[in-house]
Design a protein around this ligand. Structure first.
Ligand code: NAG
Ligand code: NAG
Ligand code: NAG
Ligand code: NAG
Length: 499
């Protein structure tokens, strides 16, 4: 990314670096309010946090006041419906961000899944130096816990019907709410949307959002790219299921070049828009999961993005995959599971993941740098000339595994048209090869062949094997399309031919 962007990030975080230089830990109780203060605050009827119930009809907000039962009625809180509380993060301009209303509208648009939507507005405490806002997260968490305890006492509203959705610092606020609420029962669900990194990364579970904070905790990490030891979003897992879209470091469509367009559109404000792009992507992925019921994104358990890019993780056995967003399968885990997926740069974000395993046969030990294109023909539609560049060179007889993602649902894959592209590098190797073993060029001495292409579709968990349609000529020729068809049925005879 460009240095200007990083300079902006640096400015945003320089406050906290300065504060840290005094050796104060903003997270410790000593720096914040003392337990007595907390007790006082608990007793007082007024909270700093404003609880705004949003009307599903016109989106108007109505403030519910702790210990004022009449405000529940006045605002038409429906205690027979679940409650979602949206918790925003750190504020650089003292305004509630636009995504909050989009999220609320999405939640309210679900006709068969109605919920009360409350925004926990703690903007006065969030529009501060970062480190001070961080210190305030505990207090806001306490106030949300108080609010939920009161709902339980006043209208027997069970905390297990509560879902806190916290973005950035709001994710940790939600975590504190979960750990401060009294009694043994926990809040139903907490979703952390790119939980904030600075001053939380590497801290103990009690100092940040953690799986202990609710019956079920999920998190989406979208901006964990590190600069000078800091990343905007937290890198470590903090939930039962931690999603890392596109690896979690940065997001497609958020690139530095786009910043100029943002600046052209929004003036200087465009800089913060760009900084927020990848961070806020977590929010939009979540909203997308509510709005596109039929386009749910699946993510897969994996150690890291490199392994994922080899297509090695598309497994759904034993809870190894899950659905990103609102409709996640709420299956508790002993340990945090890191799930990976690829997304598009815009809504709908869903892609279809495939593992391709190509078994090459070559006569030469010389490394080959292959560039291919594939046309995938499916029962619903085709994708034309997907460019494929293997990370590794082809040496000898080996099977290569890689990930392919498609924006389209092609249905079931029925045929692959494969073209081996001529590259400068290749032509060179080929020339040498010709010179050394001139007889190898004859049509009866194939140089590069594909024995099999094995495909696994992540979304359907279907496995398929493809073989050359014309088994009498299985050699690849440059720039010549080769067709591969399903070969499971008559695999025996084909294998014999290959031998
Ligand atoms: C509250 O929600 C329930 C369940 O959807 C519904 O039957 C009831 O009419 C709602 N109450 C009010 C006052 O809207
Ligand atoms: C939580 O604390 C409040 C008072 O602080 C009390 O009235 C309430 O019964 C407690 N709830 C549980 C579940 O322990
Ligand atoms: C690859 O296997 C084929 C037979 O299947 C063999 O003829 C060829 O020499 C092998 N290539 C290398 C580089 O070992
Ligand atoms: C794929 O190859 C087959 C056989 O060569 C051809 O008939 C078909 O039109 C090709 N499909 C596409 C989509 O290119």
């Amino acid at each position: 990314m460009g240095s200007l962007l990083w300079a902006t990030l640096f400015l945003l975080f320089s406050n906290l670096v300065q504060l840290n230089a005094y050796g104060r830990s903003p997270n410790s109780e000593a720096a914040g309010s003392s337990p007595q203060d907390m007790e006082m605050e608990k007793k007082s009827l007024k909270t700093e946090t404003r609880f705004l119930l949003l009307s599903s009809e016109n989106g108007d907000s109505c403030q519910i006041q702790l210990h004022h039962l009449d405000t529940l009625d006045k605002c038409s809180f429906n205690s027979s419906l679940p409650l979602v509380i949206i918790v925003h993060g750190w504020s650089v301009d003292g305004m509630l961000e636009k995504w909050i209303w989009k999220m609320a509208a999405a939640l309210q648009s679900q006709k068969s899944n109605q919920v009360n939507v409350i925004v926990a507005d703690w903007i006065a405490l969030a529009y501060q130096h970062y480190a001070i806002a961080v210190r305030n997260t505990r207090r806001v968490g306490q106030e949300i816990a108080d609010f939920l305890e009161w709902l339980e006492e006043a209208v027997q509203f069970s905390r297990s019907n509560v879902h806190l959705i916290g973005y950035s610092l709001g994710a940790h606020v939600s975590g504190f709410a979960g750990s401060y609420i009294n009694g043994t029962n926990k809040i139903g669900r907490i979703t952390g949307l790119d939980p904030a990194g600075p001053l939380f990364e590497g801290t103990s579970p009690t100092e940040r959002l953690s799986p202990d904070d609710a019956d079920f905790v999920d998190a989406i990490h979208t901006f964990t790219q590190e600069h000078m030891g800091l990343s905007v979003g937290i890198k470590q897992p903090v939930a039962h299921y931690d999603f890392y879209p596109n690896g979690g470091t940065f997001q497609p469509g958020c690139h530095f070049l786009l910043m100029y367009r943002h600046i052209a559109q929004h003036g200087f404000h465009g800089i913060t828009e760009t900084v927020k792009c990848a961070h806020e992507r977590s929010v939009h992925l979540f909203i997308d999961s509510i709005l596109h019921d039929h386009l749910q994104s699946t993510a897969y358990w994996c150690s890291d993005m490199n392994t994922f890019n080899k297509g090695l993780c598309l497994d759904c056995k034993k809870g190894r995959c899950n659905t990103l967003g609102y409709h996640i399968r709420k299956q508790r885990q002993q340990k945090s599971k890191k799930l990976f997926l690829v997304t598009q740069a815009h809504t709908p974000f869903k892609v279809y993941h495939y593992q391709f395993k190509i078994q090459f046969v070559t006569q030469t030990e010389k490394p080959i740098e292959p560039t291919f294109t594939m046309t995938l023909i499916g029962t619903k539609q085709d994708t034309h000339n997907l460019p494929i560049t293997l990370v590794e060179e082809i040496t000898g007889n080996k099977t290569y595994s890689f990930l392919i993602t498609l924006d389209l649902d092609i249905g079931e894959l029925t045929m692959i048209n494969f073209t081996w592209k001529k590259t400068a590098m290749w032509a060179n190797v080929w020339a040498t090869f010709h010179t050394i073993i001139p007889w190898a060029t004859g049509p009866h001495h194939p140089q590069l062949m594909i024995k099999q292409i094995r495909v696994k579709a992540g979304e359907t968990q279907k496995k398929m094997t493809f073989c050359s349609q014309d088994m009498d000529d299985i050699q690849l020729y440059r720039n010549q399309e080769k067709t591969f068809v399903r070969c499971e049925k008559d695999s025996k005879t084909r294998k014999q031919k290959l031998r």
